[in-house]
Design a protein around this ligand. Structure first.
Ligand code: NAD
Ligand code: UDP
Ligand code: UDP
Length: 322
């Protein structure tokens, strides 16, 4: 019998990482999940914990790692502003030192390696929608810079390791993604709005709420990431992955209130520094190269996410709105 593929997922106990581990194990691979549990948790891997196909290592990727695998998905990095700004130096280290270690590992064992980059590399963009040729408008010294510039430097490292060491790399620029297993209090807008709506607390809209984002359901994103990893060596990206359906934060709040049947009111709060005004991916490259496009409409994805938070809050003894 052919040997199972061995795949390293850094950040595998996080929101996206845990869904990715599940998908890969379901497809028959062996998964090595490496995580320091800063924003992730073993419970996210719940159903997989007894599986002989899963191995978990508590490890910080800013330190060297010596393992043997066929492929590496490098997802380790806190993604929510509250957490990535809590220890900004560690955030930059995770993207920069962490990428160097994972690229050094990939080089030694000749593994294919995919980087979870981000739409934040575009910063507060002057072009709309954003396509991959746009170089971005990022403040290098602001509170978001540890994340944005860390991810930009990681992209540089990936492309230099390819040019210098002929590594097989893939760089995905992930746009806002949501779904079950987001942390209830990690500060991202979808989880904030849902938790606030379910508890009938005021919904906190930052700024005038006219800023836009484009939200992709997690299952679609995982499908895109796996397809990108499975492309031939010539396909490297950077490639936008996201759902082009764009919405303002005011509209998102109204939709969450409607879907939860909440009595929450709206509470406008100051806009955080350097908060991008608009964001929508141009996904032509992914459509053409991966034959991929998101399939889950926002309403359906929100329904599933709301159901997850309801169950979580009941389990924790917090009241839900309905
Ligand atoms: P998350 O915070 O849920 O997951 C990140 C995981 O990485 C956590 O399990 C955390 O404990 C782990 N981690 C952090 N620093 C580490 C370190 N130094 N060593 C080992 N593990 C470490 O976030 P997520 O939403 O699942 O994001 C996963 C990846 O996708 C991140 O790289 C993020 O930048 C990228 N991304 C996510 C989104 C999104 O909307 N969810 C958008 C763009 C990019
Ligand atoms: N590295 C690692 N695991 C490996 C091989 C390398 O963590 O299996 C780390 C190692 O600590 C090194 C980094 O990756 O600092 C970059 O490796 P590379 O070979 O590119 O550079 P060098 O070893 O020359 O610094
Ligand atoms: N936001 C908001 N209320 C919240 C949390 C976030 O209005 O309770 C806004 C935030 O200012 C931003 C958008 O929602 O304009 C998306 O924020 P998130 O942190 O989820 O993602 P990012 O800004 O990294 O795209």
């Amino acid at each position: 019998m052919a040997r199972r593929k061995r795949i390293l997922v850094t950040g595998g106990a996080g929101f996206l990482g845990s869904h990715l581990c599940e998908q890969l194990i379901g497809a028959g691979s062996e998964v090595l999940c490496v995580d320091n549990f800063y924003t992730g948790a073993k419970e996210n891997l719940g159903a997989l914990l007894g599986s002989p196909q899963l191995e978990i290592i508590r490890h910080d990727i800013t330190f060297p790692l010596y393992v043997e695998v066929d492929e590496i998905f490098n997802l380790a990095c806190p993604a929510s502003p509250i957490y990535y700004q809590h220890d900004p130096v560690q955030t930059t280290k995770t993207s920069v030192h962490g990428s160097i270690n994972m690229l050094g590992l990939a080089k030694r064992i000749r593994a294919k390696i995919l980087q979870a980059s981000t739409s934040e590399v575009y910063g507060d963009p002057e072009t709309h929608p954003q396509d991959e040729t746009y170089w971005g408008r990022v403040n290098p010294i602001g509170p978001r810079s540890c994340y944005d510039e860390g991810k930009r430097c990681a992209e540089t490292l990936f492309f230099d390791y390819r040019r210098q060491h002929n590594l097989s790399i893939k760089v995905a620029r992930i746009f806002n993604t949501y779904g079950p297993r987001m942390r209830p209090y990690d500060g991202r807008v979808v989880s904030n709005f849902i938790v606030q709506a379910l508890t009938n607390q005021p919904i906190t809209i930052y700024g005038d709420g006219k800023q836009t984002r484009s939200f992709c359901y997690v299952d679609d994103m995982i499908d895109g990431l796996v397809r990108l990893m499975n492309t031939s060596d010539g396909v490297v990206g950077p490639m936008n992955l996201g759902n082009p359906a764009e919405i303002t934060m005011v509209e998102l709040a109204a939709l969450v209130i409607e879907l939860t049947g909440s009595r929450s009111e709206i509470n406008f709060k100051p806009l955080p520094i350097d908060d991008p005004r608009q964001r929508q991916p141009n996904i032509k490259m992914a459509r053409d190269t991966l034959r991929w496009a998101p399939t889950v409409p926002l309403r359906d994805g929100l329904d599933k996410t709301i159901a997850f938070f309801e169950t979580l809050m009941i389990a924790r003894g917090a009241g839900a709105a309905r």
